[in-house]
Design a protein around this ligand. Structure first.
Ligand code: NAD
Length: 400
């Protein structure tokens, strides 16, 4: 047991501390939003990458919106001595306790999802006391992956073909500065595809099918991003975009795995939101700050939780025919339409060249960005006295 006064400790785009009560309050708030939007959806869900960002929001929507049993896989750190647990650990502890109060089945597996060992461990959990899985959500964002042959691949965020010159904002200092990134080497491109592409998703689906833990009609979904032209040199046409192309191409292979069950695989193209992963991408934090200002002004702003509630209710489990534009020509579910609305993006293009450190707080919602960033770690949450010492050692019960 360790009672600590916990403050945010920022290092670049990372925060090395997290606040258990703050994380809990945020998950509570996410859960109550999901409860207010019930839908007839999945009953038994495996979420790979379940502890933060889009994966956590998906888990919350499935559990509190549809009453689903959820098994979450993630890579998080428990508290140790003076060191707090990671935010994803506290989020999961909060999720587990709230779902438990509602009698929902919760199982967790903490470890490297890329490894064969964690896939086996997860399958053991699913086999022992979990209903056949009717939805698999793949929501990993990771800097490296060791494949089953023992080779470690690294993911980089770089342009392909030519250098990238643009601007970005430093989350800690608020300084807007120019960035220049050399194009990725072939090895770096291949490394990023190996980490963030579809290879591991396919391995998961093959293993789950072989173990016979999937239900009739099971669906699988992974998340992608397209974004506006402004971000294309670093995102869509960069190394991460190449990996996302590979992820999208994997849908066909997974469709073949699921076909005998009458199931199907999907990609959902989501909106840009503040997460630990997006904070690491050059340009994106500044773009998000501007985007949020414009979307909040026109009342169309959404966070991870809003997006996942909408994905389930208006996309994956919609009982009406989907409206025009909900699925694109490549068969991807699109919940990023509000972000990419032409009139809004014209404003982005107009304002972008004028952004600098001096006008950051006027022209963009950097205040909101920074507040969302701190909230990822449980800081800046109303009703918490951050001068109080709190128990940092929070157990996770649902681990095998
Ligand atoms: P995130 O950093 O919030 O979440 C990543 C999750 O992956 C966490 O639960 C973490 O524990 C888990 N994880 C990482 N490495 C792991 C490992 N080795 N083993 C087990 N678990 C591991 O990221 P996010 O932004 O929510 O991204 C999730 C997906 O959504 C990604 O595919 C991302 O490209 C996509 N996406 C994100 C955005 C955005 O703006 N953030 C937009 C569109 C799509």
């Amino acid at each position: 047991m360790a009672k600590l006064i916990i403050e945010p400790r920022l290092r670049g785009f990372i925060c090395t501390t997290a606040h258990p009560i703050g994380c809990r309050k945020i998950v509570e708030e996410q859960a109550s939003r999901a409860r207010r939007c019930p839908f007839r959806g999945p009953t038994s869900v495996l979420v790979i990458g379940a502890s933060t960002g889009y994966g956590l929001a998906s888990r919350v929507a499935a559990a509190f919106g549809a009453g689903a049993a959820t098994c979450g896989v993630f890579f998080e750190r428990p508290a140790e001595g003076e060191r707090t647990a990671s935010a994803g650990w506290y989020n999961t502890a909060a999720f587990e306790s709230l779902a438990g109060e509602e009698g929902l089945l919760v199982r967790n597996v903490n470890g490297d999802a890329f490894s064969t060992e964690i896939k086996k461990k997860t399958i053991d959990v699913l086999r022992s006391d979990f209903p056949p899985v009717d939805l698999v959500i793949y929501s990993l964002a990771a800097p490296r992956r060791t494949d089953p042959a023992g080779v470690t691949h690294r993911s980089v965020l770089k342009p392909i073909g030519s250098p990238f010159y643009g601007k970005t904002v430093q989350t800690d200092s608020g300084a807007v500065r120019e960035v220049a990134l050399e194009p990725a080497t072939e090895e770096e491109i291949a490394g990023t595809v190996a980490v963030m592409g579809g290879a591991d998703w396919l391995l998961w689906m093959e293993a789950l099918r072989k173990a016979d833990v999937l239900a009739e009609g099971a669906k699988a979904i992974a998340y992608g991003y397209v974004g506006p032209e402004l971000t294309w040199p670093i995102y869509r046409f960069g190394t991460i975009g190449r990996a996302k192309e590979d992820l999208e191409a994997t849908v066909e292979k997974i469709d073949r795995i699921l076909a005998p069950l009458g199931g199907k695989a999907y990609i959902s193209i989501n909106k840009a939101v503040v997460t630990q992963a997006s904070a690491a991408i050059p340009v994106v934090p500044l773009y998000i700050s501007l985007l949020f200002k414009l979307m909040k002004e026109e009342g169309s702003h959404e966070d991870c939780q809003d997006q996942m509630i909408r994905l389930f209710r208006e996309g994956l489990y919609c009982d009406r025919p989907l409206p025009d534009g909900a699925v694109d020509d490549s068969g991807r579910i699109r919940i990023d339409g509000r972000e990419l609305k032409p009139a809004l993006q014209e404003k982005v293009i107009q304002l972008w060249p004028t952004l600098d450190t001096g006008n950051l707080f006027v022209l963009t919602d950097f205040t909101g960005y920074r507040s969302d960033f701190l909230r990822l770690f449980g800081f800046g949450v109303g009703g918490i006295d951050y001068d109080d010492a709190v128990e940092s050692n929070v157990p996770l019960k649902g681990l095998p």
